[in-house]
Design a protein around this ligand. Structure first.
Ligand code: NAD
Ligand code: MG
Length: 397
């Protein structure tokens, strides 16, 4: 009988967080929620605590922590409530934690995820922005601590499943020619180009195949999500940007493929439900039930593929450019994108202005080498400043 794995879920109230808790609850003999964190929707965090009875919960500030602590105590729970960035790092690096699900959205997840890496935890990485921002530093920290890093992004989880165990020897050494990163193309794959400037946040968040948080939904609509994933794949699998090809596959049944020099192409398929990669990473190298229904190929019936339209999706070009330039460029791209997406969701920026704003930031700021985390944070700050100033001049209202 193996020991029960203690799991911290960063971003427990989000889409990935909830799917994670769903899988954990199916296997109480294997997994226990050790800590749950939330930022908004704190009533939902309280409900999740009552259901999963974690040792710790983390809220954004002292007031919300006191409030939640009171509620949990009244319900007879001895969950300790921490708050802020220090609380997030504490539950990520806690000696009793085995596994950390990194599912905070955006740059806010970087510090706690790195804290978990440094403490040598098993990392289930959904928070792609953290890796995109800090790339080389992040991977070096993984090697230094010996932490096991498992991708949750469905594409990267698929690639991981299609690679041999010793892929860290180098893609060339294990006979890989290319990685084929699939993309659904999002809700605007066929929208007439002249209509894109007018699309609304509601339309952008209505993804055809996946149900996700609002930020990643907008990223999927602009295909910046695939751009971030291209950078993510380069770091996770030590690939050159030219070795990663983006393939539009509207059905989202093939989650990505690996093309080998002998002509074999391996793919991972499944229904589009994040509980599959989550269960895979939780149990790896074993397999457990995820609650996902079996794939019905007769119902799928056909699989389509097409190259991405560069004119429709300029974010892809920007991300590839950044992947090539290295240094602090990806941190700047990520920060500018976060500012642009937030402004779009607040209806202060048009959809087609998202890549315009990002390109403006990339053109204005020099690419500098990254030696340490402070270099990453400085790039993040200066890109946000330039992006916010640009918004002040161009935003609606
Ligand atoms: P979401 O918006 O549903 O959830 C985000 C979570 O992060 C919430 O728990 C929220 O409280 C927390 N959070 C937000 N801002 C925070 C801050 N400043 N400090 C601390 N916590 C904060 O997002 P999601 O769809 O679950 O995505 C989470 C991450 O997983 C993202 O990086 C996304 O790119 C990645 N991801 C998501 C999916 C998916 O299907 N949803 C798939 C692949 C990768
Ligand atoms: Mg993905």
């Amino acid at each position: 009988m193996t020991q029960v794995q203690q799991v911290t879920v960063l971003g427990a109230t989000g889409s990935i967080g909830r799917s994670t808790l769903d899988v954990l609850a199916r296997h109480p003999q294997r997994y226990q929620a050790f800590a749950l964190t939330g930022f908004t929707r704190l009533a939902e965090l309280e409900a999740l605590c009552l259901q999963h009875r974690p040792r710790f919960a983390v809220t954004p500030d002292a007031d919300s922590a006191r409030h939640l602590q009171g509620g949990l105590k009244a319900a007879g729970l001895d969950t300790r409530v921490l708050f802020g960035a220090a609380g997030l790092c504490e539950v990520s690096a806690h000696p009793q934690v085995d596994t950390v699900m990194a599912a905070i959205v955006g740059a806010a997840g970087l510090a706690p995820t790195l804290a978990a890496v440094t403490a040598g935890k098993r990392i289930l990485l959904a928070n792609k922005e953290a890796l995109v921002m800090s790339g080389a530093l992040f991977m070096q920290a993984v090697r230094n601590s010996g932490s096991v890093l498992l991708p949750i992004d469905s594409e990267h989880n698929a690639i991981f499943q299609c690679l041999p165990l010793d892929y860290a020897r180098g893609l060339g050494a294990v006979g890989v020619r290319r990685i084929l990163l699939t993309a659904s193309g999002g809700p605007f794959r066929e929208t007439p180009l002249q209509e894109l400037a007018q699309v609304t946040p509601e339309q952008a968040c209505a993804h055809p195949n996946w149900s996700m948080g609002r930020k990643i939904s907008v990223d999927s609509a602009s295909m910046m999500n695939k751009g971030l994933e291209l950078i993510e794949a380069c770091w996770l699998f030590d690939a050159r940007p030219s070795q990663v090809e983006v393939v539009i596959h509207p059905q989202s049944v093939i989650h990505s493929l690996v093309d080998y020099v002998d002509g074999s192409v391996l793919a991972q398929l499944g229904n589009p439900d994040m509980r599959t990669p989550i269960a895979h990473a939780l149990a790896w190298p074993e397999r457990v039930d995820s609650g996902v229904t079996a794939l019905d190929l007769f119902k799928v019936a056909r699989l389509d593929f097409q190259p991405p339209d560069q004119q429709r999706f300029p974010c892809l070009r920007l991300a590839r450019q950044v992947a090539e330039s290295g240094g602090n460029a990806a941190a700047m791209l990520n920060a500018a994108n976060e500012v642009a997406v937030a402004a779009f969701l607040e209806r202060r920026l048009g959809f087609t202005d998202i890549p315009r704003l990002i390109e403006e930031v990339l053109n204005r700021e020099p690419v500098l080498p990254v030696e340490n985390l402070e270099d990453v944070m400085a790039a993040d700050r200066s890109a946000r400043n330039v992006a916010t100033a640009w918004l002040g001049r161009h935003a609606q209202k």
